[in-house]
Design a protein around this ligand. Structure first.
Ligand SMILES: *[C@@H]1O[C@H](CO)[C@@H](O)[C@H](O)[C@H]1NC(C)=O
Length: 363
C-alpha cells in the first residue's frame, strides 16, 4: 500500500492523515523513510494536538493551560498560552486563589519554559523570543533569540542559556540582552529540549533530540562555549533528553524519550551513568525534579502519571495517576516534603503528602 499512498498529491495525503490518530500515525511512520518524513511534519500533529486539547477536559471555557510551572514561596507561576500567571496559594492548603495577582505578557506565541530569579522571570517562547519580566513591576523586555521556538531556558548568576528547535543553544549575559547579542552560539545538530546551568557557573548541559547527533547529553564550557564532554554511549536514535538538572555541581539527572531517569557523576567516567531507573510502563519521561537528597519525582507521558523514586532503591516508590481516563503528559512538576504540583496539558494538580486518604486534587 505504501507506494500507492505516496503517489497521492500532498494535500490529499495530508487530508487522509488528518483522519488518523497518533498511534496509527506513529505506525505509519515506521513503514518507510518517506512516510516517516511525512508523518513527522508539525502540520500533521498540530491537528491531533488541537483535538486532544478540545476533547472535553478543558475546565474553563476556551482556556488552555500549557505546560510549565514554578513555585516560589506561596506563589504558583504557570504558563497559559502566551501568558505567565502568578497566583497566591491559599494558606489553608485549599489550592489557588482564583484570580492571578500578576500576569506577565510579552510573547506572541505560547511560552515554552521559564525560570525565576530574585528579580526576574526569564521565559522562552514559540515565537523564538526570550522575555525578561520584572517580577515587581511586570514591565518586560523581549528580544528575538532564535530562529524557531525557544524550547528551554535557564538563568543563574546573570547568565542565561537558551535552547531551541533551530538546533542551537545560546549563552547570553543578562545585563546586555537589550541589544540582542549573545556570548556564544552552539550548533547542536539536533533540536534542544532542555538546558541547565551548573551551580558553579562553569558549564552547562544540553539535552537534545538524538536524531542527527548520537549523544543527546553534552556538557559545554560556559567561558569558551566549547564542548567539554558527551555523557554516556549507545543511546538509541530518538532517545531525546527532555529534562535535565544539576542536583549538585557534580551530579546531573536526566530523563527523556528512552524512559530512563539517569544519574551522572561528573567526577567519574563521563561515559557511564552511575545509576538508572526505568519507567515501568515504558512511557517517555517529560520532567524530573530532585529534592537534593534521596527523592526524585518524575512525570510520565501518559495518563498524567507522577512517580516518586527513592535513589537508594531500584524500583519506583509510589505512583499517582492524575488524569485518567483522559491522557496527558505531566509536563512539569515541583515538589517539597509536603506538596507536589504538576502541570498537565490543560489542568494543574496538587498532591498533598500530609493527607493519606485522597491526596491529589485538580486545582
Ligand atoms: C511546600 O511548598 C508549599 C508551597 O510553596 C508550601 O505551602 C509548604 O509549606 C511547603 N512545605 C514545606 C514542608 O516546606
Amino acid at each position: 500500500m505504501g507506494p500507492h499512498i505516496l503517489q497521492l498529491p500532498e494535500e490529499i495525503l495530508l487530508l487522509v492523515l488528518s483522519y488518523l490518530d497518533g498511534r496509527t500515525l506513529g505506525r505509519l511512520g515506521q513503514v518507510c523513510r518517506k512516510l516517516c518524513h511525512f508523518t513527522c511534519r508539525d502540520a500533521v500533529w498540530r491537528t491531533i494536538a488541537k483535538r486532544c486539547l478540545n476533547s472535553g477536559f478543558l475546565r474553563r471555557g476556551t482556556d488552555v493551560l500549557m505546560p510549565w510551572l514554578q513555585v516560589d514561596g506561596d506563589v504558583l507561576y504557570f504558563t497559559q498560552a502566551e501568558e505567565i500567571r502568578a497566583h497566591h496559594l491559599r494558606a489553608d492548603g485549599g489550592g489557588l486563589h482564583k484570580r492571578p495577582f500578576a500576569v506577565f505578557l510579552g510573547h506572541q506565541e505560547d511560552v515554552c519554559r521559564f525560570v525565576i530569579t530574585d528579580s526576574h522571570i526569564i521565559s522562552g517562547g514559540g515565537d523564538g523570543k526570550i522575555a525578561l519580566h520584572n517580577l515587581h513591576s511586570t514591565a518586560s523586555i523581549q528580544f528575538t533569540a532564535h530562529e524557531q521556538d525557544v524550547n528551554c531556558v535557564d538563568c543563574h548568576g546573570g547568565i542565561i542559556v537558551s535552547g531551541s528547535r533551530d538546533r542551537t543553544a545560546r549563552v547570553w549575559s543578562l545585563s546586555s540582552t537589550a541589544d540582542g547579542r549573545w556570548l556564544h552560539t552552539i550548533q547542536t545538530e539536533d533540536r534542544v529540549w532542555s538546558v541547565a546551568l551548573s551551580p558553579l557557573l562553569s558549564s552547562f548541559v544540553t539535552g537534545t533530540a538524538c536524531c542527527h547527533h548520537t549523544s543527546p547529553l553534552r556538557i559545554w564550557d560556559l567561558q569558551s562555549g566549547q564542548l567539554m564532554n558527551c555523557l554516556g554511549t549507545e543511546f538509541r536514535r530518538g532517545a531525546g533528553v527532555l529534562d535535565v538538572c544539576y542536583e549538585t555541581p557534580f551530579i546531573v539527572l536526566s530523563c527523556g524519550y528512552d524512559t530512563y531517569i539517569r544519574c551522572w557523576d561528573l567526577r567519574t567516567s563521563f561515559r557511564k551513568c552511575v545509576k538508572e531507573w526505568e519507567e515501568p510502563h515504558d512511557s517517555a519521561l517529560y520532567c524530573i525534579q530532585s529534592d537534593g537528597n534521596n527523592m526524585i519525582a518524575s512525570g510520565s507521558s501518559y495518563y498524567g502519571v507522577v512517580r516518586l523514586w527513592d535513589k537508594r532503591m531500584n524500583q519506583c516508590l509510589q505512583s499517582f495517576t492524575l488524569s485518567s481516563p483522559t491522557s496527558s503528559p505531566v509536563y512539569c512538576l515541583r515538589f517539597n516534603t509536603s506538596h507536589l504540583y504538576a502541570g498537565l496539558a490543560t489542568s494543574l494538580h496538587r498532591l498533598d503528602f500530609t493527607v493519606s486518604s485522597y491526596p491529589f486534587t485538580a486545582m
